[in-house]
Design a protein around this ligand. Structure first.
Ligand code: SF4
Length: 351
């Protein structure tokens, strides 16, 4: 017997109302691709990326065989690059461990790199009709409001309570439809700000609405603390070439490219910059643009410096790569560097 919440939701849901290329299909590869892209990304922003990935890699085997740099380049601008690395790792996992056939059980799907409980439930229910409820920010919000739950959603107790409730409410005969409905309801009606309570079919039974607590729910225990970091990027260039390097593991933007970098504790003064450049046998840095990029837990202040070189510096670090300037567009860079490059070829043509 379905709960009144589930009945309201299914009566409200019209699968045709918000058509998207990954909705209503059974192809696990495309569903998985869309779910990874949509983690941390709005539909409007993710849609062109989904289309490019499907066009470039029509099957999971095509993706598994793709070079790492090519996949990172296709992902460029979408952020949270660990998703792209995991995407590739999972595609190779499917190719090697499952003979190229996307796994069909919840446990095997959950074992894929980069696939957490939410994504596993989405793929399992959409592609294979398995009874697993999705639980994400949308679901926390809708359930917290409808049932008037003020247990913090990010506490251990909250996570358990919401997961159990979500599982109870699931329409086990139509898990895919139910999961899609609650996600769409959270994204279009019960939104974080200005939810459509006036026209909401659940309003008469919604605790938050009835008790005027909509703005106070859901509750989160932890506030995000964002640290400040100061990056100095050096555009070290001769007549038509420039140095770049690949970022290594253990920090943000792993496997993306960047210009040679000095990270400091604060906005370093030009003397410090010159002292550092001298260790590479370079000097004469000219200050260029300063740009900021906000990440979930970090705020990056990037200062760009232009450095002219007459010859390859003897103390050049091994990881530096000298490339022709027009080739910059072939490499995937963090958003802050892309913005710097897009702000004008002027920075590079100044030399
Ligand atoms: S009445 Fe408002 S808060 Fe309650 S479920 Fe509907 S949109 Fe959400």
């Amino acid at each position: 017997m379905l709960s009144s919440f589930t009945r309201y939701l299914l009566e409200w849901y019209n699968p045709q109302a918000r058509p998207l290329p990954w909705k209503g299909i059974r192809d696990p590869y495309r569903i998985w691709l869309s779910e990874i892209i949509l983690q941390q990304t709005r539909v409007e922003q993710g849609l062109p990326y989904f289309e490019r990935f499907v066009a470039t890699y029509p099957t999971i085997i095509d993706l598994a065989n793709a070079p790492d740099d090519e996949v990172m380049k296709l992902w460029e601008g979408l952020g949270y690059y660990s998703r792209a690395r995991n995407l590739l790792a999972a595609a190779r996992q499917v190719a090697q461990e499952h003979e190229g056939v996307f796994p069909q059980t919840h446990a095997e799907i959950l074992a894929l790199k980069g696939v957490g409980p939410y994504t596993a439930a989405a793929i399992a229910s959409f592609a294979f009709g398995l009874p697993h409820a999705v639980v994400d920010g949308n679901v926390f919000r809708v359930l917290a409001r409808f049932f008037g739950i003020d247990t913090p959603q990010d506490s251990t107790e909250g996570k358990k309570r919401f997961a159990e409730l979500a599982a109870e409410l699931l329409d086990r005969k139509n898990p895919g439809l139910y999961n899609q409905a609650i996600m769409d309801f959270g994204a279009t009606v019960c939104t974080p700000r200005n939810p459509g309570c006036k026209n909401c079919p659940m309003a008469t039974e919604c605790k938050a609405f009835q008790q005027d607590r909509v703005d106070g729910l859901p509750v989160k225990a932890k506030k995000i603390v964002r640290s400040e970091r100061f990056f100095h990027y050096f555009l070290i260039k001769n007549s038509d070439q420039v140095f770049i390097q690949k970022r290594g593991p253990g920090d943000i933007w792993q496997e993306l490219y960047e210009f040679p970098l000095l990270e400091t504790e604060d906005l370093a003064d030009p003397v410090k910059i010159e002292t550092h450049l001298a260790t590479w046998g370079l000097g004469g840095a000219q200050r260029s643009s300063q740009l900021t990029q906000e990440l979930t837990h970090q705020r990056i202040q990037a200062q760009f410096w232009e450095v002219k070189m007459d010859q390859i510096p003897a103390a050049k670090p091994a990881q530096w790569l000298l490339i022709p300037q027009p080739n910059l567009e072939k490499y995937a860079f963090p958003r802050v560097i892309q913005r710097y490059l897009q702000a004008g070829e002027r920075q590079l043509s100044l030399f």
